[in-house]
Design a protein around this ligand. Structure first.
Ligand code: ATP
Ligand code: MG
Length: 401
């Protein structure tokens, strides 16, 4: 029944070139999330973006638009000929589709084409009374209606809509540069990725795995998480780094209570190398202050020392319950709590240092040629592009705001 979907932009506070970039990225991201749904076309202008549905299923398109960042709200639109009877029928059909008990409504007509035989008051009256005659327990309220039917008479036809669906807001992914997300398979890092993407940052995920200590299923789990994040942007690139050798060397060389610190430093060094290769500007982690041994300020100081690249920690001040709450909303929680081993849980010492000293860890590391091990890990990295379009079922993002 719907001919198109009209999209209202989210926070475009900036003008000029930035506005153009916002619209261009939003258009690309929407095309990416909808690409398997049919032969759709997107027309974008300064104030609105129109998705012409053609053969695509409107309900599926609506479901996939809900999580896309950069959309304030959107409305499915019906198009009919400039004929008052066709308009009446379409208006009634729209109302019946969304009707609940005891609602109020109003018709708001606009006429861009002044040659149309009825003026706006007449259109409002004719459509309104037709709806009243053909429905039960609906009343008119012109001041504060539950449902507002917009009717726009244009040269090429008449457009009607009566629903305003809230969008995910935020900024289109890709308008704020690119960062590497250290994605672990736990609860926190997917949430950190989500929050960063909401500010328009394009994310490439980096995951460290240590076969045979970590299983193929653990890798699958991280791929599923990356795919879940792709619904906000269209697709997410995932780099899977072979980390077994480095972890083994650390365990042979570094005193046990410093292995965790050293492991984190090597992860960060590799993530930074991958960032350089892919033109990223920052690294994102799911760290939250005080949560575990590696997340004290002393630890962060000793780990962070290996790079001057900005490290974004969007969860730094969140507590666990808040993080879990977001993880549930974005549908990553149930994947994250699957039990498959993480490379760190296996190698975690019983008593990691909570106040490591950077001079000490540097000294312990100085006996190994980590540069070439890092080089080798970067070269052995497997890169996958994971897309929203491949996902079978979409989560209901109704209360994401
Ligand atoms: P998460 O829930 O994200 O796993 P966590 O509370 O378990 O976090 P840590 O294990 O200390 O905390 O990890 C801190 C951060 O380090 C993670 O949020 C993630 O960004 C990164 N990280 C940890 N393990 C890995 C891994 N195997 N691959 C990539 N990044 C990792
Ligand atoms: Mg973890």
């Amino acid at each position: 029944m719907y001919e198109r979907i009209l999209i209202r932009y989210g926070e475009i506070s900036t003008k000029g070139r930035n506005r153009k970039l916002f619209i261009k990225k939003l258009r690309e991201n929407i095309l990416e999330v909808l690409k398997d749904l049919g032969n759709i076309q997107i027309n974008a202008n300064r104030d609105r973006l129109h998705i012409l549905l053609r053969d695509a299923d409107a309900d599926k398109v609506i479901e996939r638009l809900k999580p896309v960042f950069g959309i304030q709200s959107f409305s499915p639109v019906v198009k009919v000929d400039k004929d008052i009877d066709a308009m009446k029928k379409a208006a009634l059909e729209l109302m019946k589709k969304t009707l609940k008990r005891n609602q109020t409504f109003k018709v708001s007509a606009r006429r861009a084409d002044k040659s149309f035989e009825y003026d706006t008051n007449e259109i409002n009256y004719r459509l309104g009374s037709y709806i009243l005659r053909n429905t039960e327990d609906l009343t008119v309220d012109v001041r504060n209606p539950d449902i507002n039917i917009n009717v726009e008479v244009r040269k090429e036809g008449v457009y009607l809509s009566n629903e305003v669906i809230p969008g995910a807001t935020g900024m289109p992914v890709g308008t704020s540069g690119k960062a590497m997300l250290m994605l672990s398979g736990g609860i926190d890092s997917p949430v950190a990725g989500y929050l960063t993407m909401k500010r328009g940052v394009d994310i490439e995920a980096v995951h460290f795995h240590s076969p045979p200590y970590t299983s193929e299923r653990a890798k699958q789990k991280v791929m599923d998480l990356a795919r879940k994040l792709s619904v906000f942007s269209g697709k997410v690139r995932l780099h899977i780094v072979p980390f077994t050798e480095i972890q083994t060397v650390i365990h042979g060389q570094v005193p046990e209570n410093y292995t965790m610190t050293s492991t984190r430093r090597m992860m960060l060094r590799i993530a930074d190398e991958i960032r350089i290769k892919n033109n990223g500007l920052a690294i994102v982690t799911g760290e939250s202050l005080g949560q575990v041994a590696s997340q004290t300020l002393e630890s962060m100081f000793a780990i962070n020392d290996i790079t001057s690249t900005p490290i974004l920690r969007p969860l730094i001040a969140h507590d666990k319950l808040e993080i879990i709450d977001i993880a549930q909303k974005i549908d990553t929680h149930d994947i994250s709590i699957l039990p498959y081993e993480d490379c760190c849980t296996i190698f975690t010492p019983p008593t990691p240092k909570t106040k490591p000293k950077k001079e000490k860890v540097e000294y312990y590391e100085s006996f190994v040629d980590f540069d070439s091990l890092i080089q080798k890990a970067v070269e052995g990295t497997e890169t996958l592009d994971l897309g929203a379009a491949e996902m079978k079922a979409f989560h209901d993002f109704e209360d994401l705001l």
